[in-house]
Design a protein around this ligand. Structure first.
Ligand code: THU
Length: 129
């Protein structure tokens, strides 16, 4: 827990957030034991911003990971993952633990499933008629 928060917090220094100045760092622990960090990456075309959680997932997925234990997300004020990230994370498991931490290391625990009740998951497509 502490290690993941520390990795996420360290990653924050690499956030590219010149427009919002809201720096977000993530650290995603895969079942393999590997940890993937992520940061938010903003753009002069504001709508193109990518959140830190999705950066971490995309890095992990592109390295062949599919199963995840936990993700730590660190912001100045302990902010919670946005709706788009909740949906994105739900694709890879509702039981993944989400550690929401602030810059001082205070944190709360939840899960992807708790953050996104009645999620639209891959099995929903399998059940279509
Ligand atoms: N942001 C994240 O990185 N993760 C979230 O879940 C919430 C929002 C980023 C996007 C943008 O760069 C900045 O925080 C302000 O919205």
């Amino acid at each position: 827990m502490r290690v993941l928060i520390e990795v996420a917090n360290r990653a924050r220094q690499h956030a590219h957030a010149p427009y919002s100045r809201y720096r977000v760092g993530s650290a995603l622990l895969a079942e393999s034991g590997n940890v993937y960090s992520g940061v938010n990456v903003e753009n002069a075309s504001y709508g193109l911003a990518i959140c830190s959680e999705r950066t971490a997932y995309v890095k992990a997925i592109s390295e062949g990971e599919r199963d995840f234990i936990a993700i730590a997300v660190v912001t100045d004020n302990g902010g919670s993952p946005c709706g788009a990230c909740r949906q994105f994370m739900s694709e890879f498991g509702l039981d993944t633990i989400v550690i929401q931490a602030d810059a001082r290391g205070h944190y709360t625990l939840t899960t992807v499933g708790a953050l996104l009740p009645d999620a639209f998951t891959p099995d929903k497509l399998a059940k279509r008629r």
